[in-house]
Design a protein. Structure first.
Length: 213
């Protein structure tokens, strides 16, 4: 069964395994999430659950959102995320999901919003090489010529070409990360390696879609 929980990225640290290996881990604080809605193939055309995380005041809710929470009988939450399921959900509305849904050794995918770095050039954004820096050169960090020759003559830039532009600040998923340790008392997950997002940002930890290589 697919599992998922919402949490907050706290930062990185390192722990020792029983074999004495030093492992870098990311700490994810998973205050219990709540199942706000259960969708089935019969009622909505697909199987999914909506899980919520974080407290919010009712005055900050829109009327449609307030109506949804009132209908489900769940206290309002700040964040809502949906998890698609292949089979009919085994969850119930109002059910809480804590860190103990995962165990050490589980493989997970972590979804978050990468750090926004603003407008960046090709060298920083796409790891391009710089131009010559000799006397008289004027194209040290510029992208250079990019007009592609076409059959009709003239040049054109194809869609998807790597150019300077907005860097970061988009939804990112890191797959097949290992859960090193689960602290049930503190509702904390220690996940091997780095995950997207800044400290304090919202992340979703879910069962990996690639259980085997």
């Amino acid at each position: 069964m697919s599992k998922a929980i919402l949490g907050k990225k706290v930062g990185m640290t390192q722990v020792f395994t029983e074999q004495g290996q030093l492992v870098p881990v990311t700490v994810v604080e998973t205050t219990p999430s709540v199942v706000v809605r259960v969708k089935t193939d019969d009622s909505d055309g697909y199987n999914a659950i909506q899980i919520g995380y974080g407290a919010i005041k009712e005055k900050h809710l829109t009327k449609p959102m307030a109506g949804q929470f009132e209908k489900s009988g769940v206290a309002p939450v700040k964040y809502l995320r949906e998890l698609r399921l292949q089979d009919a959900p085994e969850y119930t509305v109002g059910q809480t999901l804590a860190a103990d849904i995962f165990a050490a050794g589980d493989l997970v995918d972590v979804v978050g919003t990468s750090k926004g770095k603003g407008f960046a050039g090709g060298i920083k954004r796409h790891n391009f090489s710089r131009g010559p820096e000799s006397h008289g050169s004027k194209s040290h960090r510029e992208p250079g010529s990019m007009g592609a020759m076409t059959s009709g003559g003239g040049g054109g830039v194809f869609k998807g070409k790597k150019l300077p532009g907005q860097m970061g600040g988009y939804r990112t998923t890191v797959q097949r990360l290992e859960v090193v340790r689960v602290d049930v008392d503190r509702n904390v997950l220690l996940i091997k390696g780095g995950i997207p997002g800044a400290k304090g940002s919202l992340v979703m930890v879910r069962s990996t879609v690639k259980p085997t290589k």
